[in-house]
Design a protein around this ligand. Sequence first.
Ligand code: G6Q
Length: 556
Amino acid sequence: MTTTTRRPKIQRRTTLPRRQTWKALQTHYKSMQSMHLRTLFTEDPQRGGRMTMEAVGVLLDYSKNRITDETIRLLVELAEESGLREGIEAMFRGEKINVTENRAVLHVALRAPREASITVDGENVVPKVHAVLDQMAGFAHRVRSGEWKGHTGKRIKNLVNIGIGGSDLGPVMAYEALKYYSERTMTFRFVSNVDGTDFAEAVRDLQADETLFIVSSKTFTTLETMTNANTARAWSIAGLGGDAASVAKHFVAVSTNAAEVAKFGIDTANMFPFWDWVGGRYSMFSAIGLSTMLAIGSEHFRAMLNGAHQIDEHFRTAPLADNLPALMGLLTVWYVDFFDAETVAVLPYEQYLKRFPAYLQQLTMESNGKHVTVDGREVSYDTSPVYWGEPGTNGQHSFYQLIHQGTRLIPSDFIAFHQSLNPLGRHHELLLANVFAQTEALAFGKTAEEVKNEGTPNWLVPHRTFEGNRPSNTIMADRLTPEVLGKLIALYEHSVFTQGVIWNIDSFDQWGVELGKVLAQRIIPELESKEEPPLPHDSSTNNLILRQRARGRSKT
Ligand code: G6Q
């Protein structure tokens, strides 16, 4: 992790709660606090249409939010006052907006068209991006066509991506999301956890002579990834008759760290680079997406980039009031800081998006889970909510109970597609009927009177009453294509950016995650050493270590 000792120049902004618009929003909130969505919809029969926006083929119906035109006006004003416009421009200009790591934040350059120009430290990075994309495309073609042979001359049939966090969650999510478009004659596996079970289960039915490993790590020093990579190398060499030269045909690397890649024994000719201005959780459109490209082919991969680029341009150019990601980010701020919402549910009604909530957890919470502003002052307001979710309709049969009738307010994003990739009988109509029914029920509920009129005995009425007024967004596109997936990801990335600008935090560092990377290092030798080690921890940690030494198998 690079840091500079000199504090960078940071523009000090008026503390958020002292801003005029923030105060105006507080006053406005008082009038909205008990305003019911039933009233808002009754008073304005056109609301559903009026509060629906479409941009580059993505529809956002935000009418079922606890807002009025005045709320939007104030939130947009807050965004202007907080410098969202300037923030967007600074990001696209390649300024080092990740101040604590002194880095530019340019995932948008990863999906810029060939002819674009985006400069970092005076260098146009777009040609480099396209050179790597071309390198990836050439490699993907050779593997998919069977031209790339394994050490024994066999065709590669299995692909295992080894990586963790940002070097895993995007690739897994994209593979699952785009499985429909994937090369079905190949098997794709993803190993992330240092728990040996992850590796063991991933390769148990694979043959080493048909298996290619992609070691994906920005730093190429991450404990989990390097442990799994070493285990994979041993497994692969053992399965290939003990010939270490086989590594050249069965291992490639994706990294920013050529020296460590070479040290591991992977020829840097088989390395796909990216750059320090690509954050881990923003890296799935870089070479970290190599497994995605191998699965879906380079044309589909480029379509995904193109989709993300369309949202980038929309975010950069659309007026804030008509700007999908900006609006989504501002609505999150509205619920978190005024309604005290602690979580946001993301509910994709698309089985292929089953890993999308897990991917979003990292994107949102690692980005905006911060308690100090960019200039190091403690915030006096809440920042990132907890994001969570599961695909519908499954969730309806479990945790939706709490969203409907619990004591917490959980703003929810419903994601759905007009067309199914697997149109079977009535399945898709039933699926979509559930999306629309859920958002309707959450917003409007069922009054005690309605429940009574159904003949419900009095004592049961409170249990069967739904107060409603539970906010939701409905996000729709025609069908889940690589291009649409690119759009969805960019939509949330920029929503996260918008939130970060309002909260005046660095959305692009992750010191809490860095801490996790060093903490275990101290305990590893205490578990592994033959001699009884001196244990300097608290009594609980010392006891746990002693018990593990006595009962675990790690003692050698
Ligand atoms: C992402 C985080 C983190 C990172 C992993 C893997 O923004 O920094 O999730 O991606 O820790 O790091 P490497 O790619 O360096 O192995």
